[in-house]
Design a protein around this ligand. Structure first.
Ligand SMILES: [Fe+2]
Length: 219
């Protein structure tokens, strides 16, 4: 449910999943955003609250922890909005990646924290070597690889380490939780093919909430 008590013509905002655990993290994030100016400082200050959510059980409904057959990322990958600020300044979402599936190589274009809630993942991070002047080309080089277990999390502070993909290594789906300072699934970001050296515009979309232009197009 939307926390404002009514639905909007351009997709639901506010707490799409309203539990005390989610409210505690979002409230703390808003407090930090008001009090601190630097993204790196905010991310550091938010680590305890984020770790607390990852360590808690019972707050993520089954429907937000399951594969999405209509996924735009393919392979049944599901991206579910849990909280969306109406002004596009913050979101919290779960990402469900089935066994053996991998996300495209992508960027996020916002600061935040990403952590593993269930299952196991392998993350491959890239650095970009070109200057981005050609919209269709990107020269990427692997900068870091890491395995993630439940409770592990990492900061995103673009442009450093902002391009990556994750693959599920558990025999059950992996579920990661993302707190990011944009409306991640609705902003136009980028999908990369490192082998081909190409980049394309990419908007992943939420499985449970429409983006503004989509809702407008449907009238
Ligand atoms: Fe990502």
């Amino acid at each position: 449910m939307c926390d404002s008590g009514h639905s909007h013509s351009h997709g639901p905002f506010g707490f799409l999943v309203d539990t005390p655990e989610i409210r505690a993290l979002i409230d703390e994030t808003h407090r930090q955003m008001a009090e601190t100016a630097e993204p790196a400082e905010r991310v550091e200050a938010l680590k305890p609250a984020f770790a607390k959510l990852l360590g808690a059980d019972g707050w993520l409904p089954h429907d937000y922890a399951t594969r999405d057959e209509k996924s735009r990322m393919g392979d049944g990958i599901g991206q579910y909005a849990l909280y969306r600020a109406e002004d596009g300044s913050l979101c919290l979402f779960s990402l469900v990646v089935p066994p053996n599936a991998a996300t495209p190589v992508h960027d996020h274009l916002a600061w935040g924290l990403v952590g593993l809630y269930k299952g196991a993942q392998h993350e491959t991070v890239y650095r970009r070597l070109d200057d981005g002047s050609d919209e269709s080309r990107a020269d990427l080089q692997i900068s870091k690889e890491q395995s993630l277990a439940p409770g592990d999390f990492y900061p995103l502070l673009p442009p450093t380490d902002d391009i990556h993909y994750v693959r599920t290594t558990s025999d059950t789906a992996s579920i990661s939780i993302h707190l990011l300072a944009n409306d991640t699934a609705c902003v136009w970001r980028h999908k990369f093919d490192p082998a081909a050296g190409t980049v394309a515009a990419f908007r992943s979309g939420y499985a449970n909430a429409e983006c503004v232009e989509e809702a407008a197009a449907k009238g």
